[in-house]
Design a protein around this ligand. Structure first.
Ligand SMILES: NC(=O)c1ccc[n+]([C@@H]2O[C@H](COP(=O)([O-])OP(=O)(O)OC[C@H]3O[C@@H](n4cnc5c(N)ncnc54)[C@H](OP(=O)(O)O)[C@@H]3O)[C@@H](O)[C@H]2O)c1
Length: 290
């Protein structure tokens, strides 16, 4: 089924930067009224102003998605202001770069609270609304290619993205007959702030290893998935290549990654031309700046 976006109401979490901010811009350009959520209120207000200056309608809602009460407030604010929720994009996310055994377990738990539970809370609040309104709705859960293939130094992130993917697939089947579409998005590397904002217990800089897909292009694919709902979107080429290799030769990928770890660590140490980074929790608990 094709969904028209003009006049719909789209709620987007993690809209203060990167994929989420561009997704909000793209929904607004498609004629949706957007409700943008994140912790950095000034950035949300700027985005809402930008959208309104172009003739759109936007509501900025400061929200920490790890807090169920705040997420419920976000969905009810969307309904109070615009009457319905047609699209929900669960995009808010954080990352940790660390060996599993060096990562504080409370950081692991916090990451799950944001990346996984944040989306669960939003679906729990939005699905009943989508059920009772005419036209149902569409939910887009932003996982990662690391939600299809586990990667070393990303145990917590991968766990959260696999959890989100499984939840998304199960929910899809459960609500499909109620005119609610659930789509899982699996991006590869996208040019955003997430690499600098990630918590890091490795003492090493995060590798900046491959060319990244532009966030605006990723946002366009998310909007397209809302228009033409499909079970999943894997983008871009890097994610498709990883997916293909892992589908047809998972043992080979395991072997290659396993043997790559000592080399990656060695290379990262050798390339470290500054003092080792102090372990830090990045933007896990607090946003990095205004
Ligand atoms: N960039 C990539 O290569 C890539 C690849 C695969 C998947 N993804 C996924 O894409 C999504 C967007 O990430 P991005 O790359 O655009 O990174 P980003 O620029 O760092 O954006 C992350 C967004 O999540 C928000 N956020 C973080 N913690 C939050 C919390 N507790 N409550 C509410 N919002 C929170 C941040 O806003 P505040 O700090 O203002 O709250 C920000 O708006 C994430 O789910 C990420 O895992 C990214």
């Amino acid at each position: 089924m094709i969904r028209k976006l003009n006049g719909t109401v789209a709620v987007i979490t993690g809209a203060t930067s990167g994929i989420g901010r561009d997704t909000a811009r793209e929904f607004a350009a498609a004629g949706s009224k957007v409700v943008v959520a994140g912790r950095r209120h000034e950035r949300l207000a700027e985005l809402a102003k930008e959208i309104e200056s172009k003739g759109g309608q936007a509501l900025a809602m400061q929200t920490d998605v790890a807090d169920q009460a705040q997420v419920e407030k976000l969905i009810s604010a969307a309904v109070d202001r615009f009457g319905r929720v047609d699209v929900l994009v669960n995009n808010a996310g954080v990352a940790i770069a660390s060996r599993f055994t060096e990562m504080p377990l409370e950081d692991f738990r916090r990451l799950m609270d944001v990346n996984f539970w944040g989306a669960v809370f939003a679906c729990r609040a939005a699905v009943p609304q989508m059920r009772k309104q005419n036209g149902g709705g569409v939910i887009l859960n932003v996982s990662s290619i690391f939600g299809k293939r586990g990667m070393p130094f990303e145990t917590a992130y991968c766990a959260s993205k696999f959890a989100l993917a499984g939840f998304s697939e199960a929910l899809r089947a459960e609500v499909m007959s109620e005119n609610i579409d659930v789509c899982t998005i699996y991006p590869g590397a996208v040019e955003t702030e997430i690499f600098d904002a990630a918590a890091n217990s490795t003492g090493l800089e995060m590798p900046n290893y491959i060319p990244k897909f532009p966030a605006r292009q990723m946002a366009k694919l998310i909007v397209q998935a809302a228009r033409f709902p499909q079970p999943e979107v894997v983008a871009a080429f890097d994610a498709q290549a990883i997916n293909l290799a892992n589908t047809f030769a998972p043992a080979l990928v395991d072997f290659a990654l396993g043997w790559a770890v000592p080399f990656i660590e060695g290379m990262r140490r050798a390339n470290q031309n500054t003092e080792p980074k102090k372990p830090d929790s990045g933007n896990l608990y607090q946003p990095q700046d205004k």
